[in-house]
Design a protein around this ligand. Structure first.
Ligand code: ADP
Length: 492
């Protein structure tokens, strides 16, 4: 029996999962990852801890599943994107804590360049919106703040990597310094269309070319693990950033196929095939995972607070005992009673990009009760998703007829039905909602011939439940207008 091993290094945990030839998940293990917040808005992790958490999750998985290391046909890696690690080439020692994608320390610098003459050039070349979220300003921060880092980087003594690059470096004992195209497209240093590091961008961010990894397609043998780590030399044959891996794991391989992940935030991606549209609605364009050198693109929109609004109701307001309970509470009232909750706790993400906006609850009366507020919080997730999908449809000229969903909050049947209603399209929830790890496994299995081609993957994908829109167009429009009024207030 041969298996595919997926390493899924997320923001809050490092997971390892094992798949068989039918793409069934045999076992999964996770280790938590700690973040620290040394200053307001800063988010850091320890790169060595990320590596250890990932390695021990994989070892425990093999042990529990009683899988011999020699039975692993290939490894796929998926990772939290944009998180920035810089280490010494000679020793492998990180020179600073990993700066996590959520970290806002470079927000002022990003605002400066966004309003400078080079802003439009950066956005056109990278397909991104200038923001502290992406890696480039984080690398620059390390070069500016760690003693001697800039000169060492220019001499080739320091290396940069996102978490995929770091894990491959560790697994190969420093033999391979590489990233995949989907991760590279999130650094803000890659020309989106050519798929290469861009000299003009490197100049703007003052980053030496010598510290950057090689860019390869997502399905490809990147290297072979050193035998001492997992007990065998295993090809690392697939890499993709978490959202692109989820798109792949949802079998969204071609234009118009879309998925939305409902976790802490929401990440909606629409595959655009070999077209790389630039958004007029402040979405980003990114590289989708690709098995060969043919460029594949996706439009992406992210909402900062989705499932986290439910967590807030539970942990801060004490309105819920568990997140799952929100479903029954929302269904205990016939409608939202005119209440809207805009969870702009950290500003608004796409398509607004309004960092100064703050949360609000509007439309309350003496009749408003706990259930209305809970319902309004769940509905806010669906309205925010509609904003993203409407922007995607306008940019791409393609109507989304079916949205594939995953992530923790996609388990909520009320939310999924309301999403179908408010979008006017079918919501399809697959049997396996661990689509991120699955996507990494697919890439590794396809590029090594373990699976034959995307057609075999399509056959693995199974819907668990489909939610059809039932709401009238008038009601949908009236509710959505109410949401838009609430958003306008919170922006003001
Ligand atoms: P992440 O990967 O971002 O950590 P997950 O995919 O694990 O997130 O989803 C967890 C989030 O989903 C939490 O914010 C939680 O509040 C929310 N959530 C989990 N289950 C439900 C549910 N049944 N209904 C609504 N929200 C839920």
């Amino acid at each position: 029996m041969a298996y595919i091993l997926a390493l899924d290094e997320g923001t809050t945990s490092a997971r390892a999962a094992l798949y068989d030839e039918q793409a069934r998940r045999i076992a999964i293990e996770a280790n938590p990852i700690e973040s620290t917040h040394p200053q307001q808005g800063w988010v850091e992790q320890d790169a060595e801890s990320i590596w250890r958490a990932q390695l021990t999750a994989a070892l425990r998985l093999l042990d529990r599943a009683k899988a011999a290391p020699g039975s692993i046909a290939a490894i796929g890696i998926t990772n939290q994107r944009e998180t920035t690690i810089v280490w010494e080439r000679a020793t492998g020692k990180p020179v600073a804590p990993a700066i996590v994608w959520q970290c806002r320390r470079t927000a002022d610098f990003c605002a400066q360049i966004a309003s400078s003459g080079v802003g439009p050039l950066i956005e056109r070349k990278t397909g991104l919106v200038i923001d502290a979220y992406f890696s480039a300003s984080k690398i620059r921060w390390i070069l500016d703040n760690v003693p001697d880092a800039r000169s060492k980087a220019a001499d080739g003594e320091l290396l940069f990597g996102t978490v995929d690059t770091w894990l491959v470096w560790k697994l190969t004992n420093g033999a391979v310094h590489v990233t995949d195209i989907s991760n590279a497209s999130r650094t803000m240093l890659m020309d989106l269309d050519s798929g290469t590091w861009d000299e003009a961008l490197l100049d703007i961010f003052e980053i030496p070319r010598a510290m950057l990894p090689e860019i390869a397609s997502s399905g490809h043998v990147f290297g072979v693990t050193a035998g001492e780590h997992l007990g065998a030399e295993i090809p690392i044959a697939g890499i993709a950033g978490d959202q692109q891996a989820a798109l792949f794991g949802q079998a969204c391989f071609g234009p118009g196929r879309s998925k939305n992940t409902y976790g802490t935030g929401c990440f909606a991606l629409m595959h655009t095939g070999n077209r790389s549209p630039r958004s007029c609605h402040r979405l980003v364009t990114t590289r989708a995972a690709s098995l060969d050198d043919t460029p594949q693109f996706a439009m992406e929109g992210s909402v900062f607070v989705a499932g986290a609004a439910i967590q807030w109701l539970r942990d801060r307001l004490g309105l819920l005992a568990t997140a799952a309970e929100s479903e029954q509470i929302a269904l205990s009232v016939p409608d939202n009673g005119g209440v809207y909750l805009v969870p702009a706790f950290v500003g608004l993400g796409a398509p607004h990009w309004h960092p100064a906006a703050r949360g609000l609850i509007s439309g309350m009366t003496f009749g408003t009760g706990r259930a209305h507020v809970v319902r309004a919080a769940l509905e806010s997730i669906a309205y925010q998703t509609r904003e993203l999908i409407s922007a995607m449809e306008a940019d791409s000229g393609e109507k989304v007829c079916e949205l594939r969903v995953d992530g923790g909050a996609s388990a909520n049947n009320f939310l999924m039905q309301f999403q179908a209603d408010i979008l006017g399209c079918c919501i399809v929830r697959p049997a396996d909602i661990e689509t991120t790890a699955l996507g990494a496994a697919y890439l590794a299995g396809l590029s090594t011939g373990y699976w034959k081609g995307p057609d075999s993957i399509e056959a693995f994908w199974r819907a668990e439940r489909t939610f059809e829109p039932k709401m009238s167009a008038d009601q949908r429009d009236a509710l959505y207008e109410g949401w838009q009024r609430a958003v306008a207030r919170c922006r003001a």
